[in-house]
Design a protein around this ligand. Structure first.
Ligand code: 13P
Length: 258
């Protein structure tokens, strides 16, 4: 099955609303023929979502917008949180879930990740579920078991139709923001294990169609090697998504791959 590549930019806690206009406009200006062959998603901080959507709508761009986090309840007394109806209202159809920074710094658990994934798919939104092992886990030789457990936990109770809305981003913690990416072989081997796990959970068809991304120090210079891997269908980009030229170059690499 041919999977449409997915290139998502995770801006993390960067860009004021004013700066988000400049960056999204810069990316939109660089979009070219063929970009619609790739799902391109910008995930700015929540406070920037409205501005970024406005820029992309004005340009009639095919680029879509995602959030970096969400609460599983639609509304209520959850100070500081954002609900799915709010994201939908602002024009956001994607959401990163379970990023390792949220797991490590905000104590997000597998169970919370699962609640978020289930709430998103029930609302018809598209979760980008992040999984990935620490260096210590890899050194013990337990990376695959650890990551596949995270996948099973995230997708617990999710049926095949709902899982078809999900993508999974394999982001080894030791490769995030370090400039030290995984090797394409490591990415391929984990992506293949993740796809096998998804197949066991929800069947061959959904597993074959699911986009599995690599993330962790992915940049224009190494993107080609990752995108050439059979089971790697795109990237979740941190640092390089904050530079319009770099991000556009990453999308172009994916476009050239289709
Ligand atoms: P870097 O691309 O900066 O390593 O970040 C990857 C990441 O965490 C994307 O979610």
């Amino acid at each position: 099955m041919v999977r449409k590549p997915l290139i998502a930019g995770n801006w993390k806690m960067n860009m004021t609303p004013a700066e988000s206009v400049v960056l999204s406009q810069g990316i939109s200006n660089r979009s070219a023929r063929g970009w619609n062959k790739v799902d391109v998603v910008l995930c700015p901080p929540a406070i920037d979502l409205r501005s970024v959507v406005t820029v992309l709508d004005f340009d009639k761009s095919s680029i879509e917008v995602g959030a970096q986090n969400v609460h599983w309840e639609p509304s209520g007394a959850f100070t500081g949180e954002i609900g799915i109806p709010m994201l939908k209202d602002v024009g956001c159809s994607w959401c990163i879930v379970g990023h390792s920074e949220r797991r490590a710094m905000f104590a997000e658990t597998d169970m919370q990740v699962n609640r978020k994934v289930r709430a998103l798919v029930e609302a018809g939104m598209k979760p980008i579920v992040c999984v990935g092992e620490s260096e210590a886990v890899r050194d013990k030789g337990a990376a695959e078991a650890f990551v596949c457990d995270q996948v099973r936990a995230a997708l617990a109770g999710v049926d095949a139709d709902e899982a078809a809305l999900c993508s999974i981003a394999y982001e080894p913690v030791w490769a995030i923001g370090t400039g030290r990416s995984a090797t394409p072989e490591q990415a391929q081997s984990m992506a293949c294990a993740i796809r096998r796990t998804v197949r066991d959970l929800v069947g061959e068809e959904v597993a074959c169609g699911m986009r599995i991304l690599y993330g962790g120090s992915m940049k224009p210079e190494n993107a080609e090697a990752f995108l050439s891997c059979e089971d790697v269908d795109g990237g979740l980009i941190g640092g390089a998504s904050l530079d319009a030229d770099d991000f556009a170059a990453l999308v172009k690499t994916a476009v050239d791959h289709v």
